[in-house]
Design a protein around this ligand. Sequence first.
Ligand code: HEM
Length: 499
Amino acid sequence: MLSPLLLFLCLTLPLFLLSFFKYRKTFKNPPLPPGPRGLPIIGNLHQLDSPSLHEQLWHLSKKYGPLFSLQFGLRPAIVVSSPKLAKEVMKDNDLECCGRPKLLGQQKLTYNGLDMGFSSYDSYWREIRKICVVHVLSSKRVQSFTSIRHFEVKQMIKKISRHASSSKVTNLNEVLISLISTIVCRIVLGRRYEEEGSEGSRFHKLFNECEAMLGNFFVSDYIPFMGWIDKLRGLDARLERNFKEMDKFYQEAIDEHMNSKKKTPEEEDLVDVLLQLKENNTFPIDLTNDNIKAVLLNLLVGATGTTEVTTIWAMTELIKNPSIMKKVQEEIRGLSGKKDFLDEDDIQKFSYLRAVIKETLRLHLPAPLLIPRETNKKCMLDGYEIPAKTLLYVNAWAIHRDPKAWKDPEEFIPERFLNCDIDLYGQDFEFIPFGAGRRLCPGMNMAFAALDLILANLLYSFDWELPQGMKKEDIDTEVLPGVTQHKKNPLCVVAKCYM
Ligand code: HEM
């Protein structure tokens, strides 16, 4: 005989299960946008290859649409690949979408997010960004370094002139990388590292490794309980080593500045500015040496790679497209007359040069996926509910090639930016090389002060030819793996003095 209790259970269990599944169906997470099927635990990680992640994501967007989902290990991610959705993310839902994921390498190297670029969206970030925008990266501050830029660009012209007079091939990658890191080091640290000197090579090694660590894939970021793999691969130790060396480097710079004699405002560099801000202590946050070190990382890493690659790609495209080279040189030479050097007053007249730089940033934007974001809160994108803490990639590389937004998107045509209102300030979502919204790059003034001056003078002072036996079709556009789109093979050219 069945006990009354068992009888009761037998009768009610089916009813209970039925209502349980109905309940689960009703309260299950709403569906995420479509995307490729992943495997348990690792999700889609096995299908993705970081060196050309933006290209892979672009191909996936053709199959799954401009908003699709991925699973990076245990972390849900979405990818946005159209101007319309970029606007939804960076304008309509900017507040919900302007977080940054806390990734191991970035957190370590920024003293747990004490910088601007990798810090979460919170009151600290708002304050540190305000301080930097007003005191460190303002156009007045950028202008105060004009003489440094002039001096260094003149040195570069002398160097290339020597190559030209002996018909020596110029490796433009080498020349431009050295020029830009010298300008940035002088502005930020007040130091000029000699190219062949041991301090210069220490700086380059340290910052190359730092860039690698910022972009490296740590398993623990996506599958925390498998973090031991990072230890086994030696990545944890490599990160710790780089952090210690970077910290020592910043501390030496800070000590040197603290011990130096008083400088005039014209002699001050950005470490001086940051130390004065720390001293004045008039902000809601207390600035310590760690805050200064984290901001120095943003300034040094943010400014060098991005500006270097933009000048190199602009020259690459111009040499590949002789008619555009001719047109931009005619503009520059026609509007300047005979001069030894072009300055900011000359440069502001060059609208075609500005169009060449914009077109370079469209096709070869230094950060193709911008800086990855994370949703701060749940939000609606294209009718889908996106949960808080979802990784968010804006594939600017794909957006800059969207055939609905750009005619002949793969062609280098600077004319598309003439007589058109598309600007760089994140209002036109088909063109976002500096990002948009709250996280818009704060270094644009500093970037253009160098980009305009370097390119105008390179194009004014020299005619450019390919080494004997080389055709323009031989110039490749391959890129190195990494967060910034560095040209893989150096651009080697022969300079002929114009005057
Ligand atoms: C051609 C030159 C440059 C390009 C293309 C560029 C591009 C970018 C991009 C795409 C972002 C991310 C925006 C987003 O998340 O929506 C960014 C952020 C940033 N950039 Fe630049 N950048 C350049 C030059 C510079 C320079 C010269 C500096 C500083 C000296 C700088 C400092 C920063 C910082 C600190 C951030 C983080 C801002 C934040 O998250 O609040 N950048 N940049």
